[in-house]
Design a protein around this ligand. Structure first.
Ligand code: PA5
Length: 324
């Protein structure tokens, strides 16, 4: 998995080339967008929907369930993402989108999803197979971002934005890996909780999922300001076993910065393990990619410390097999 994390930049480069082949032929007058997918395939939709939310003229939602929200209908664009193309929840949501007359676009490496797209003349883009789905984030983020631009939802230039983010990451790679390694050492043997500001929640979810699947640990995430209104109270009583990873960004609301400070003082009475990880980058996309890449490294370094295989997800395979 370490090699695959290091390959992120090649995946992005190749992903951008593949994205040149995106030919969206559907309606451009939709009233809302839903990106649907699970796990390593759903997270790209969570992140991209937050990237474009502020500049989009239409609401954009991410969905990780069998069924689609009630509002989905003829005026909806549904983007279905499944790396394998065989995830039952995603396939069922695609059937539902077809039944409700929504416009569809599919992103996958193959499987039933691509077969269905070909059979029903649905627009799709096929990405290379053979990776653990979560390691294909360089592909899913690029396809989704370019698609959102092509359908008129994203205003920023994806090629320029993502390429310059990768340049920034590569220029800071030694520091990113050193920070990730030291974070992994600090959180080893601890229970981990990740906090970030709400507009970056997708990035926190990505890190949580990577720690779950690659490092094989339980952990949770929450966002500010919301956690100040509930979870912070749960810190009472001492929690030395918990390590906090705060994913901090320079564009946080000024009151959120204050909230992080005061929350840190409160949590600091109960744990010595609060780690702030400040992103770098001049845009939300760049800052997100900084934390995503750094987090991916944390997950593989932690897997190494825990002596677990970051690639295998036998439990997910068993569950899918049992349900089949
Ligand atoms: O990373 C993983 O292996 C999982 O989180 C999968 O992405 C998830 O089970 C969904 O499968 P797929 O990505 O093939 O739709």
């Amino acid at each position: 998995m370490k090699e695959l994390v290091a390959d992120f930049f090649n995946h992005v480069g190749e992903g951008l080339k593949i994205a040149e082949g995106i030919k969206y032929t559907g309606s451009k007058t939709f009233k809302n967008v839903v990106i649907t997918g699970l796990g390593g395939s759903g997270i790209g939709g969570r992140i991209v929907s937050q990237w474009v939310a502020n500049e989009s003229q239409v609401p954009i939602y991410s969905n990780s369930n069998y069924s689609l929200p009630n509002f989905v209908g003829k005026d909806t664009l549904v983007v279905a993402c499944s790396y394998s193309g065989n995830t039952e929840e995603t396939l069922e949501s695609v059937d539902e989108a077809i039944a409700r007359g929504a416009t569809l676009f599919c992103i996958s490496s193959g499987g039933k999803l691509i077969d269905l797209a070909k059979a029903k003349n649905i627009d799709f883009i096929q990405i290379p197979g053979g990776l653990p789905p979560r390691a294909a984030i360089g592909y899913s983020l690029t396809q989704l971002t370019v698609l959102m631009k092509q359908v008129g939802v994203a205003q920023f230039a994806p090629f320029k934005e993502i390429s310059s983010a990768c340049e920034m990451l590569q220029a800071n790679l030694d520091e990113i890996k050193a920070t990730a390694k030291s974070c992994a050492e600090k959180i080893h043997h601890k229970q981990v909780v990740i906090y970030t500001e709400a507009m970056y929640e997708g990035v926190a979810i990505r890190l949580r999922q990577q720690l779950n699947e690659n490092a094989k640990i339980l952990c949770w995430h929450h966002v500010l300001p919301e956690m100040n209104h509930n979870e912070l109270v749960g810190w009472a009583g001492g929690h030395k076993e918990i390590a906090v990873l705060n994913l901090r960004n320079e564009d946080e609301h000024k009151r959120t910065k204050e909230r992080f400070k005061i929350s840190g003082e409160i949590m600091g009475r109960h744990t010595d393990n609060i780690i702030d990880i400040n992103s770098k980058g001049s845009s939300r996309v760049q800052r997100s990619l900084y934390h995503i890449h750094l987090g991916d490294w944390i997950s593989v370094y932690l897997a190494e410390l825990r002596k677990v295989d970051p690639i295998e997800v036998k439990v997910i395979d068993f569950l899918k097999g049992t349900l089949a």
